[in-house]
Design a protein around this ligand. Structure first.
Ligand code: DAH
Length: 351
């Protein structure tokens, strides 16, 4: 009787299929729980005789052990299967295209300014800044442009307060500010990049806002030779070793003599093309020897000190370098235009 029951339970537990947590729980309840079949068998042992207890006790215990083994094996199998499914679900398909993040880039004008800054820093210059809202005194007066001077006409500005404060029309006022500050104490060797403003009607070659880089060197015995040597070096490093430069006499109120600087055309090499309008040269900056009136007005003795100055237009350099024909493109935030500079990383762009 007992033997049969044990056999029956044994075959039952061997055949049962345990597929999930619920099956495991049901198995536990049916066979091993307090009211489970094996537990009932075990507790019924107290009614057995000594011999019966010996005979069946072992068998029931073995049965219990087997049930526990079946249960724990099924439990491991279920957990393993679960883990495999999870891993399968979480596999990363490395062939899928990644998410691309939009990245900003350096504006072409900033790039040109930084490139020029680095060149001058390598030659021992300091980079300084001046205010964009400037006094008439520095923007004009101290630069030898008194009120009523005809050269003021070409630099009409946005006035802030009567005729005293204005948006600077050039970076040249920083020359006067630096000399005022320094008062003959040490030689000056600076460049000043920054924004400038003029009351112009915007078109392909004019923008009411643009940038300039001012340069100023003041010391004893500074001459045109220093100016020439410095600018030749800068132009070669900016536009290529084989470039030559040409000076043309010009007029700026704050320099005497004044010189405009042309560079041999980097498209045709000087033989004449559409970029240089057949002349073989391209005008790139204004410069000159600091006017004695400017030195004197800023506390320098022009008999003792001399200097040279220059003004570079980064927009013009960028337009020439990259073949851009409309200055407004720098200021209208057209991403197609701006992104083209990220892609080509400073190579020539034909528009
Ligand atoms: N400030 C001048 C302009 O805006 C450019 C310039 C010319 C600057 C000659 C200079 C210079 O320092 O020496 O047209």
């Amino acid at each position: 009787m007992k033997n049969e029951e044990i056999k029956k339970i044994k075959s039952e537990i061997q055949e049962v299929s345990l597929e999930n947590e619920r099956d495991l729980q049901a198995f536990k309840n049916t066979y091993l729980g307090k009211k489970g079949k094996i537990s009932i068998l075990l507790s019924s042992m107290k009614e057995f005789s000594q011999e019966e207890r010996k005979e069946f006790g072992e068998k029931i215990n073995a049965l219990r052990e087997e049930a526990i083994k079946i249960l724990s094996r099924a439990q491991t199998d279920i957990e393993k299967r679960k883990m495999e499914e999870k891993l399968k679900k979480e596999t990363i398909d490395i062939t899928l295209p990644g998410v691309t993040f939009k990245r900003g880039g350096i504006h072409p004008i900033t790039k040109i300014i930084e490139e020029i800054e680095e060149l001058f820093i390598s030659m021992g210059y300091d980079v300084v800044e001046g205010p964009e809202v400037e006094e008439d005194l520095y923007n004009f007066e101290k630069l030898n442009l008194p009120k009523g001077h005809p050269a003021r006409d070409s630099q009409d500005s946005f006035y802030i307060e009567d005729e005293k404060m204005l948006l600077r029309t050039q970076t040249s006022p920083v020359q006067a500010r630096e000399m005022d500050k320094n008062q003959e104490k040490t030689p000056i060797r600076i460049i000043c990049p920054g924004k400038t403003y003029r009351r112009d009607d915007d078109d392909a070659t004019h923008s009411h806002q643009f940038t300039q880089i001012e340069g100023l060197v003041v010391g004893e015995g500074i001459s045109v030779a220093h100016l020439k040597g410095t600018l030749e070096e800068i132009v070669r490093r900016l536009f290529g070793e084989e470039r030559t430069i040409r000076f043309r006499p010009s007029y700026f109120p704050f320099t005497e003599p004044s010189l405009e600087v042309d560079v041999s055309c980097f498209k045709c090499g000087g033989s004449g093309c559409s970029l240089c309008k057949g002349t073989g040269y391209i005008e790139i900056l204004g410069s000159g020897i600091v006017h004695p009136n400017v030195l004197r007005g800023c506390g320098y003795d022009p008999e003792k000190y001399t200097g040279f100055a220059f003004g570079i237009g980064p927009e013009r350099i960028a337009m020439l370098k990259y073949g851009i024909t409309d200055i407004r493109k720098f200021y209208t935030n057209d991403l197609r235009f701006l992104e083209s500079f990220q892609r080509q990383e400073g190579q020539n762009e034909s528009q």
